[in-house]
Design a protein around this ligand. Structure first.
Ligand SMILES: [Zn+2]
Length: 406
């Protein structure tokens, strides 16, 4: 229970939370699973990543947090766009995800909304997959289709770099949004039933996606730009188009995306300590663990304001006001963040968000929508769009323009 919370309201929040379907849009535990042999049955509370960050996810924490469906991020780093190897990297992460489901009875691979609902009844935790970084298809619609066949159910069109067919947030635009091939990718995702994810893309790309897509879009881990004007967040101009599109903004937990003060103080601290960190890196160049410890000590001696979990609900409130209650979800970015909103430590703390919504007067039905039902509705809608286009013969393979490099 949150400090100073109301015990009766906490019990009511837990009751709603335990019975609800909970879907989270984005979890990066797949990277340590692939690179550090992290197994989801391990106790992640007692471990740190190789960067020295606290971990947020394991099976026991999924259970404590009431997770029904977790989107495991098939995250492909922006550098692979130039170095090559992005499709191979995605394959490795997909395999790591399947292996966890094969090893542990508590987990099950899911790729449809119906499977998520069934897993809830069976008391299992669904692993779903979303690709982060559209260059993972290596400019090939064939690659895209094969990822769908492997069970990938969303693709974030970019990460932080603009690539051959889509502009990213915070990078130089090359296409004024989506290129013609980028629009073909969106149409083919519609035809397959793979959700288009607008987290990380530029505002013009978001707008182009809305112009082209026949299915609801998602932002798998983004906030509202009106609350914090970060380019990773979704502006009101896009939120206003959601009722027509049916899409869902799954609110991210990263303190710097949630809160202006956290973001400003963190950026100022990075600038202030840059020289000292370079000196530490030099001093500990043969001792990576020593460097991580020294850097952590330096950060602890220079604390910044870290926003709390209530700020997540400020973003939920705003999206509700502009787009409506049907267009909000949760997209934590667990294990993709060095820090969570206070006092959250990991997946087990999801009930805090349910409590805060209840405290602010959200009805049980509204809370269920945010926790998972909105995502399921959008996913089911995307499944219907896929089916209808196959029956009509639209989007036939012959009609698709061959992939071309810009
Ligand atoms: Zn991301």
């Amino acid at each position: 229970m949150p400090q100073g919370g109301d015990p009766a309201m906490w019990q009511k929040a837990l009751k709603i939370h335990r019975s609800a379907i909970i879907v989270d849009g984005h979890n990066d535990i797949t990277s340590p699973m692939t690179d550090e042999d992290f197994d989801l049955s391990m106790d992640s509370r007692t471990r740190k990543t190789r960067n020295g960050d606290a971990m947020h996810t394991d099976i026991s924490r999924f259970k404590a947090g009431g997770m029904t469906g977790e989107f495991m991020s098939i995250y492909v780093g922006g550098e692979t766009f130039t170095t090559g190897g992005s499709m191979r990297r995605a394959m490795d992460l997909i395999d790591a995800t399947y292996r966890e489901a094969e090893k542990h009875d508590d987990l099950i691979m899911c790729s449809t909304a119906a499977e998520i609902r069934r897993a809830k009844r069976q008391g299992k935790i669904c692993l779903l997959m979303g690709i982060e970084g559209g260059y993972a298809i290596e400019n090939s619609l064939h690659g895209l289709r094969n990822f769908y066949r492997l069970g990938v159910r969303y693709m974030t069109l970019t990460h932080n770099v603009t690539h051959d067919w889509a502009d990213a947030h915070g990078d130089q635009p090359k296409h004024d949004g989506l290129s013609e091939f980028g629009k073909e990718v969106v149409r083919e995702m519609n035809r397959l039933g793979m959700l288009v994810d607008i987290s990380h893309v530029s505002e013009n790309t978001m707008s182009d996606v809305l112009d082209v897509t026949k299915a609801p879009l998602i932002a798998s881990h983004s906030g509202a730009r009106a609350i914090n004007s970060h380019t990773r967040n979704v502006p009101d101009s896009i939120l206003k188009r959601l009722p027509q599109n049916g899409g869902v903004i799954m609110v991210v937990f990263y303190p710097s995306f949630l809160d202006e003060r956290t973001r400003d103080e963190t950026a100022a601290r990075s600038a202030r300590l840059r020289d000292q960190i370079s000196q530490l890196r030099e001093r500990f160049k043969d001792d990576p663990a020593g460097f991580i410890k020294a850097q952590a000590d330096l950060m602890a001696a220079n604390p910044v304001h870290i926003t709390d979990y209530k700020r997540i609900v400020d973003h939920i409130d705003h999206i509700k006001k502009v787009a409506g209650i049907d267009h909000i979800g949760l997209g934590s970015d667990f294990d993709g963040l060095d820090i969570l909103p206070a006092p959250m430590k990991g997946v087990e703390d999801l009930p805090l968000i349910t409590y805060e919504m209840l405290r602010r007067g959200y009805t049980e039905q509204e809370i269920r929508k945010v926790l998972g039902e909105n995502f399921l509705r959008a996913f089911e809608q995307a499944e219907r769009v896929a089916g209808s286009r196959q029956i009509s013969g639209q989007g036939s393979l012959k009609k698709l323009a061959p992939p071309k490099l810009n």
